[in-house]
Design a binder for this molecule. Structure first.
Ligand SMILES: [Zn+2]
Length: 85
């Protein structure tokens, strides 16, 4: 999942991409994919979430993209908001 994020991020250089924004995007995506995991073991799930099919990968790309867009428009870290996507 983090690898997917890095790949997407390279396509959108205007996105801040600091640790805070990165975490927000990953949590956003994870919330969309598996809401019940996030509230319990955030860090562990982020690395354990496995992509077992092309369909799941495609879905992950979509939610990561949404996350990049949302976080880019309102970064919590104080970076300038940008239209990322
Ligand atoms: Zn940031």
């Amino acid at each position: 999942m983090q690898r997917e994020y890095e790949q997407l991020r390279r396509r959108f250089p205007r996105f801040c991409g600091c640790d805070t924004c990165r975490g927000d995007v990953l949590v956003y995506a994870l919330n969309r994919l598996s809401p019940h995991y996030v509230s319990t073991h955030q860090g562990e799930v982020l690395t354990e979430l496995s992509l077992t099919s092309d369909q799941e990968r495609a879905k992950l790309d979509v939610v990561l993209l949404e996350g990049l867009s949302k976080v880019g428009l309102a970064p919590r870290c104080g970076a300038k908001p940008v239209q990322v996507v």
